[in-house]
Write a protein that binds this ligand. Structure first.
Ligand SMILES: *[C@@H]1O[C@H](CO)[C@@H](O)[C@H](O)[C@H]1NC(C)=O
Ligand SMILES: *[C@@H]1O[C@H](CO)[C@@H](O)[C@H](O)[C@H]1NC(C)=O
Ligand SMILES: *[C@@H]1O[C@H](CO)[C@@H](O)[C@H](O)[C@H]1NC(C)=O
Length: 783
């Protein structure tokens, strides 16, 4: 008899946990009762309207339902076909919250009289306060939303219910700050008249100069991290926050974005990926490493059910089909994890196809310091280097570069070593012998890593000069990294400096060569094109990275004066003529902290993100979900094409045959180049692994068959996925994916792996926090 209530209690408990998969038993400060998760969220800059508001007009038969589980304890519900709710508002976005359960049917959403979406609120698991519809891309002004009960339902549904719990309106920028034209950007805009070109144009302007910018698509989760994973999809990873895209009843913080259709699919993530790094391994698996503690009281009042992400290694197995239904990310912290907590670490694939994991901080915060610094590197899979046997390897460089040394710059070099830059310093790291070779300091006191974030690229490697490596680092700031936040302002000027260093004996002896971008920029992104030129987008002209730290914040942003016009950089032109914004369109979307950009297989540039906020905010500078596509002039001309390209293996030094169709205008003396590119893993201005290697190739006499020879070794191109672009006369084909190397996983040193798992603790940060808590008061946790 005694057992029954206990069992009943337990089964209810388990059911509850299943029903609310987003809930992990968060106990709000000051209470003993676990709180249930409430997805409803009104960000700053938005306004909520309850279902009982007189501004919502209901037609047909609606019932009032009262429960403490509803927003303002009320909900309106109808199952009558044709019944509707209409609401007129002024703003740029609208969200509709209501129930999902087994008795719900299909409704239609109309915006300004046009049917925009059918919403099926059926769900086998009943969920309250769900965001059923959202649109943040309305032109500023007055709009009407109408929700109509269609009377239709899916067969399994037990009813045709439709309900309204609350609406949330995004108010949009106040009219006086709304100075940018609200217009379609699919024509190249003239640079605004208050934006004079500050630079000397190249004396001979490019032949075709018309770049275009198009705004299309929404990422659904804020695009903090971005990596193209297949010919059709990009992986987007954010932090735990109130994103509009949901999964299992709670906001998602990762998604797959279809580059062709702009559809987004939420991905389930377990731990908080706030400020993780990532790379593909030699077998095409992508790993996403590090992150943030559980949100609860740290990031948000709401509990998303996330795990401690500081030591996480999130595994995304290769996913090449356009139907991404089976693609997922998994974590098993007990056997797949780092040795120590890492927040803002850089991850690069090295010459043996494994991942080098560099630096970071032991917990979330802002600018690094000696207390929280993690001045070590480690590898995945773990290695035994210099006796390390899987344990972290101390790197003095990461101490000498405090404080502005998070998200260090790192590139694998064609001799197998790794270039690193952090703060004002640079070095070449011989990882096999664990020795540092320091390089000259970056000139003029410019700091180039977080939060004085510059961006960096390894310039194209070519057999013509025996793959001589040259690095380019642009932007950043000279703000003193020992200053406290209250001594720094959002108006401190960023740096316009680009520094180049040729990493040969002669190049190092000659030192860094400096030149200035047309504008000062921090938080910028530099993207390699298959043509070997570099496009610089995004960023701010003043302030530094982060939010909520400096004086004069704009909203919460530590930076201001977003730079809206891209710049093209041609590394082969003489100094003084390399930068040009000729024919470049100007955006009206600020992309500063937490913004990204990448080359796509199609050859254009995907620009997304910007979110200098703790949680989703609609106050300037708000959380940005809109995507822009920057199209180089070659997108609209006849391009070389690869005929019947399927995923191909490209072994080192071996040749593959590719059927090509060159533009009709191709002459016998035109040079055909083959660019093998790693599109990189992009976050916080770090384009990890971004790489262009020109490959040796021969074209058949009939110009239809191209023999392409793989790169000489994993030093020149670390084994792993890449994209091949055929370039004729500076016009690239669409890229197609290849696996460079043998496609096998990196060598696993079982001894080092076992030693690492035995000698280091799992989830160290959460454990230390729980110890602190249980010292204060006892208490068990559910689930
Ligand atoms: C739903 O039921 C209708 C009518 O019985 C049937 O024609 C239809 O095929 C069913 N749809 C599905 C998806 O099962
Ligand atoms: C170091 O950084 C941590 C995390 O941001 C912060 O909590 C701490 O106060 C800092 N310590 C010093 C000495 O600045
Ligand atoms: C690739 O290698 C990694 C590391 O050993 C492993 O976790 C992953 O499952 C491998 N992927 C595939 C597709 O075999």
């Amino acid at each position: 008899m005694e057992l029954i209530p206990a069992l009943l209690f337990w089964s209810l408990f388990v059911q509850h946990c299943v029903a609310n998969s987003a809930w992990n038993g968060f106990v709000p400060p000051g209470t003993d009762r676990p709180a249930s998760f409430t997805p409803y969220f009104v960000p700053p800059g938005a306004k909520g309207y309850d279902s009982s508001s007189p501004l919502l007009h209901y037609s047909g038969h609606w019932a009032d339902v009262f429960s403490s589980a509803y927003i303002q304890k009320t909900l309106r519900s109808t199952s009558e076909p044709g019944a509707y709710m209409a609401f007129t508002f002024t703003g740029t976005g609208i969200e509709w919250f209501g129930n999902e359960d087994p008795r719900h049917g299909i409704s239609q959403v109309y915006i300004d009289g046009v049917m925009v979406q059918e919403v099926d609120a059926w769900s086998v698991i009943p969920r309250k306060q769900q965001r059923l519809y959202w649109n943040f891309q309305l032109p500023a002004g007055r709009h009407t939303m109408k929700i109509v009960n269609t009377g239709k339902k899916r067969n399994v549904s037990k009813g045709t219910y439709m309900d309204v719990d609350a609406l949330v309106v995004t108010l949009g920028p106040p009219l006086d700050r709304n100075v940018y034209p609200i217009q379609s950007l699919d024509v190249a805009a003239e640079p605004a008249s208050d934006y004079p070109p500050l630079f000397d144009y190249a004396s001979s302007p490019p032949t075709a100069s018309q770049w275009t910018l198009m705004q299309e698509g929404s990422t659904g989760v804020s695009a903090m991290q971005l990596a193209v994973v297949s010919n059709s999809h990009a992986l987007i990873i954010d932090k735990v926050e109130h994103n509009p895209l949901t999964i299992s009843g709670h906001p998602a913080w990762a998604a797959l974005y279809n580059l062709k259709t702009h559809a987004v699919k939420p991905l389930a993530m377990q731990s908080n990926s706030f400020c993780a790094g990532g790379t593909f391994l030699s077998n095409g698996t992508l790993i996403n490493i590090g992150g943030n503690p559980v949100v609860e009281d740290h990031t948000s009042a709401a509990d998303f059910g996330d795990l401690d992400g500081l030591q996480a290694i999130r595994v995304f197995e290769p996913c090449d089909s356009e139907d991404v239904d089976d693609c997922s990310i998994y974590e098993h912290h007990d056997r797949i994890r780092t040795t120590s907590p890492r927040w803002y670490n850089t991850v690069v694939r090295i010459s043996d196809g494994s991942a080098m994991i560099i630096g970071g901080s032991l917990k979330g915060g802002w600018i690094n310091n000696v207390t929280v610094n993690n001045p070590t590197i480690e590898y995945w899979p773990p290695k035994n280097i210099d006796g390390s046997n899987g344990l972290p390897i101390y790197l003095p460089f990461l101490v000498d570069t405090l404080n502005a040394n998070l998200f260090p710059v790192a590139f694998s070099l064609p001799d197998g070593m790794v270039f690193m830059a952090a703060n004002q310093d640079a070095m070449v790291y011989d990882w096999q012998h664990n020795t540092e070779h320091r390089l000259p300091q970056i000139p003029n006191g410019v700091r180039v890593t977080y939060p004085m974030a510059g961006t960096a690229l390894l310039l194209p490697l070519s057999p013509v000069n025996n793959y001589a490596p040259e690095v380019l680092i642009c932007g950043g700031s000279t703000v003193d990294d020992k200053k406290a936040g209250y001594e720094i302002t959002s108006q401190d000027l960023a740096s316009a400096q680009c520094s180049r260093l040729l990493l040969t004996d002669a190049g190092i002896a000659a030192g860094w060569q400096v030149e200035d971008m047309p504008q000062a920029r921090t938080m910028l992104d530099a993207i390699l094109l298959p043509t070997g030129k570099v496009v610089i987008v995004n960023g701010a002209a003043t302030g530094i990275s982060g939010y909520g730290n400096v004086i004069d914040q704009i909203g919460a942003s530590n930076a201001d004066n977003p730079v809206f016009t891209p710049v093209l950089y041609d590394p082969l032109l003489p100094q003084g003529r390399r930068f040009s914004s000729l024919g470049m369109p100007t955006s009206n979307i600020a992309r500063m902290y937490h913004s990204v950009a990448t080359l796509t297989p199609n050859g254009n540039i995907m620009v997304a993100g910007s979110n200098p906020n703790l949680d989703r905010s609609e106050v300037e500078y708000g959380t940005e979900y809109r995507v822009e596509w920057l199209n180089p002039p070659y997108m609209i001309v006849e391009r070389p094409a690869v005929v019947a390209a399927t995923l191909k293996q490209l072994n080192f030094g071996q040749s593959i045959q590719v059927n090509v169709q060159l533009p009709s205008s191709t002459n016998d003396d035109d040079v055909v180049k083959v660019a093998l590119m790693d599109l990189g893993f992009v976050t916080h201005t770090v384009h990890a692994n971004s790489r262009l290697v020109y490959l040796a190739s021969t074209l058949s006499d009939d110009k239809q068959i191209l023999m392409i020879t793989g790169p000489p070794s994993g030093n020149v191109y670390p084994p792993g996925p890449g994209w091949l672009y055929i370039v004729v006369n500076d016009i690239p084909s669409i890229g197609f994916k290849v696996m460079v190397g043998d496609g096998k996983g990196p060598t696993v040193d079982d001894g080092a792996l076992q030693n690492m798992l035995t000698k280091t603790e799992i989830d160290q940060y959460e454990k230390s926090k729980k110890k602190d808590k249980s010292k204060a008061k006892g208490g068990a946790k559910c689930c």
